[in-house]
Design a protein around this ligand. Sequence first.
Ligand SMILES: [Zn+2]
Length: 370
Amino acid sequence: MQHIQHVLPWSATGTERTLSLFRFGSGARKAYIQASLHADELPGMRVAVELKRRLRELEAQGRLTGVIELVPVANPIGLGQMFQATHQGRFEFNSGKNFNRDFPDLADAVARRLEGRLADDAEANVAMIRRAMLEILADLPPADSELDGLRYRLMQHACDADLVLDLHCDFESIMLLYALPQNWPRLRSLAARLGAGAALLAEGAGGNAFDEACAMPWLQLAERFPQANIPLACVATTVELRGMADTGREECIASAEQILGYLAEQGLIDGEWPDAPSSDCQATPFAGAQYACAPHPGVVSFLQPLGARVKVGDPLFEVIDPLTDRHSVVTASTDGILYARERLRFAQPGLWLAKVAGATPIRQGRLLSD
Ligand SMILES: [Zn+2]
């Protein structure tokens, strides 16, 4: 195991923050796994603890057949953002920016660099594109903030991986995956192993989140150079490891083992591993997800458990204004699975309280929330 440390730029004078990455194994194929980019989403960090322990063991047994890079704390900035005993790990205090948005968009710069140089040989194209990505990142001007410095380092390690797993969670949630539709066939067995109850697929959900920043350039380059043979060389997914409180020892150990089984299936680990369960969840368009908000302020009572299958018109939650007695029941606007619920129980304007994964697109434009 190699421990690589990057000092982040622009720490406050007299302090220093470091991004730590653990590299295991060797070989041509590479998987990159990071946890808790939203720093208060801790199930991924707990799973990473177990992954680190197991990868060290597997490496000592000589069973790693590829490189696996693990970043258990992908966001040391957000990890320190405690405010009066409340953890804010999603938005940077300094800029207000979401830690999982605005990663470098590499497709255009790669296209400019490789115009006329990509041909029939898929393997040569992949090598050339990865080299170009690393050069482009290295040529970027020095980061003008600590956050930019963090984004640059994460991308630098992930952009040449065959497989990228970004471990997040929702407030209260079932296990689920976000991915490009084109990558779903390669991710179905991961979803099955993890027992995911939903997979939300979108090509460009908006905001250039980390998984898309890794996977989308391949799609965009293949479209841009149709005569060249450019495979989707980076399969990336955001895994929502249930809800924020789901750091239970047994469930996180099980999730780590399921991820290792998937890595083995992808050719990165040798030996005997359980087959993926044959049944998996139905993937649905991210545009089919209902974000149910309250029509007015008030105290919230949920009327459905997580994971419930609901039909159009089924009640999701009720909101009651305790002073005016105004009472509203918010219902499902699509048939689907209630996959996530807000933690707060007081309705805020414009903030979703429940999300339902439906099969019919009902939203347009930018799909990701801020
Ligand atoms: Zn997140």
